[in-house]
Design a protein around this ligand. Structure first.
Ligand code: KG4
Ligand code: ZN
Length: 340
């Protein structure tokens, strides 16, 4: 029988307090997420200090639930993996301190995990056939990256956003049309009632860097459109704005991702991060991948937004490589992919 490595994974980089038990990187035995969204909604975005305080309050509870659901205890797990960056420093510190306490008290190996590498590895969980090399588009609230996954745990960034992340653009435009936080899922839903061709919003290209993204011009174009309508006393159709904006984002994300995959000679293309649960993005990627002979991979929505199962998946491959962290592990809010 194949040897089993049972990992307890912890995630607290933003506004989800999460713990999971993952066996051999792909078999998720539990995935407990306490979302703080209702708390931060009141303020129109994540309030870092409130996030840290809520993590402290909920952390032990989600870990206990994750262990119980998996039928494990702190004594039966083989290692503790925790997100140590990037993210909000106060939020990260709660998870890191918790993981260190467990590793110290139970004499278990400790492995720090990069949050974005976690998002990428979410793809391994539901696709047993997915193995590197592949191209991955990571689009979340804080990041828009094109990452070449060369081997397990070996990443190369080949494209990035020059300004706003894709999720950030969704959140800002949603706020401008009065949809509230978080904007992504709300724009996704409202778009289904709108016409994506109603308004022609710009598709920005970055001069000399075809794999890079820029979304701030698009966000300004939506704001200008709204101001213009208001000044002229024209009633706006929010569903058409949502659908046209979404189409512009999805068009650029999918085009760059497919081009990058082809340019690097990849046969597989994956998407990851909160924006990867967007239905229009999934549909357009599927279509473009089929047209270009690329195999397309995407995680279930629950594995796209922040969770600890993805940290268990990424952590397992680091653990297998022999990566171990000491009890001096610290939170690194601006941690780069592939950095240690
Ligand atoms: O990966 P994630 O949970 O957290 C970060 O690491 O940032 O991503 C959250 C982001 C938010 O900006 C949210 O609006 C966006 O992902 N998002 C979506 C959808 N669901 C979440 N954007 C577009 N369509 C969605 N269905
Ligand atoms: Zn995330």
């Amino acid at each position: 029988m194949e040897e089993q490595t049972k990992i307890l994974a912890i995630e607290s980089s933003c506004d989800e307090t999460a713990a999971a038990v993952v066996v051999n990187g792909r078999d998720v035995r539990s995935n407990i997420i306490f979302s703080q969204i209702d708390l931060h909604k009141l303020y129109g975005g994540v309030v870092p200090e409130i996030a840290s305080r809520k993590h402290i309050e909920k952390m032990n509870q989600v870990i206990e639930e994750a262990l119980e659901t998996a039928g494990e205890t702190l004594d039966t797990i083989d290692a503790v993996c925790v997100t140590y960056g990037p993210g909000l420093v106060g939020a990260l510190l709660v998870g890191v301190a918790e993981a260190k306490a467990i590793a110290y008290a139970k004499k278990k190996p400790l492995v720090g995990v990069h949050h974005i590498e976690g998002h990428i590895c979410a793809n391994y969980i539901e696709h047993p056939d997915l193995e590197p090399p592949f191209m991955c588009l990571v689009a979340s609230g804080g990041h828009s990256h094109l990452v070449k996954v060369e081997a397990y745990g070996v990443y190369e960034i080949i494209g990035r956003t020059r300004d706003d992340a894709a999720g950030e653009a969704f959140d800002k435009v949603a706020r401008a049309i009065g949809l509230g936080y978080p904007g992504g899922p709300k724009i996704d839903k409202l778009s289904r009632e709108g016409n994506p061709k109603a308004i022609k919003f710009p598709r920005a290209k970055v001069e000399g860097a075809p794999n890079d993204f820029s979304f701030s011009g698009l966000k300004s174009a939506v704001l200008n459109y709204l101001n213009n309508c208001q000044m002229k006393g024209i009633a706006v159709n929010r569903a058409d704005i949502a659908a046209s904006f979404q189409e512009a984002v999805v068009d650029v994300l999918s085009e760059h991702a497919v081009n990058a995959a082809l340019e690097c000679g990849m046969k597989k293309l994956a998407i990851a991060g909160g924006v990867a649960s967007n239905q229009a993005l999934r549909n357009m990627m599927k279509e473009k991948c089929e047209k270009n002979g690329l195999e397309f991979y995407y995680p279930s929505p629950v594995l796209c937004t922040d969770n600890a199962a993805m940290i268990g998946a990424a952590g397992y491959y680091e653990y297998k490589k022999g990566v171990r962290d000491g009890l001096d592990l610290n939170a690194v809010p601006n941690l780069k992919i592939g950095q240690r």
